[in-house]
Write a protein that binds this ligand. Sequence first.
Ligand code: ZN
Length: 284
Amino acid sequence: MKSLKEYIAEAEAKKVAIGHFNISNLEGVWAAYGAAKKLNLPVIIGVSEGERDFVGVKQIAAIIKSIREEDEYPIFLNADHTYSFERVKEVVDAGFDAVIFDGAQLSFEENIKIAKQCVEYAKSKNPEMLVECELGYIGTSSKLLDALPEGVATSGDALTHPDMAKQFVEATGIDLLAPAVGNVHGMMKVGNDPRLDIPRIKQIREAAGVPLVLHGGSGTVDQDFVDGIHNGIAIVHINTELRVAFRKGLELALQEHPDEIAPYKYLKEAMKSLDICRGPIKAL
Ligand SMILES: [Zn+2]
């Protein structure tokens, strides 16, 4: 099977992106995997620090590995936003395929220093493991937003600068870069999220020399996905929309089957709400 790095290169060449879907439980894994299989596409399962603490760090690594090996299917595991070297080390040791060290709220120098340490450790244990870093602040929570989080970069000088991206990649040797290009973690309760700065995406991709990852994909308008992918985005993260869908699906399943006590029955119903092949989740 090809490596994740090869699948990403292939996606870029085809001008498509690989979907990265966060999960908090096994239902999420099966839903994302099921949808990917229906479309015959590679897929990345993401777990934040909180999500992986809930599922189990070594346990989620074992689950994804077992699916990949049993079905010979390109399903990969990424440790989403990881805020310290210690926690990066933990997922490298657990056998994850990729990790994001998120030093976006540190100084540029400090971010580089720890990122470099993460790259060196990851590559020494598994040369194929991918390390991603974040430059520019886009908020932290995958939740429904009443207003944009304070300090989030949505335009102009606050967005990731191409020169800094280049400098960062050269200094650290990271494989993937998550820029701030108008994207925001979470999703606006009312209306659309801010628009992406497509020319900036193109400039950053060219300057950085590595594929870009779009975080905060939930709430982004469709045309921005297409234009972003054509200009340097190789992976798209979706979390908030799935959280909303699962919650709504679970509420509905419990309402419809008030006497059902077998979790595998009502959770199966809830899981159907996560099927991304069914169309826009907002329509639920
Ligand atoms: Zn993110």
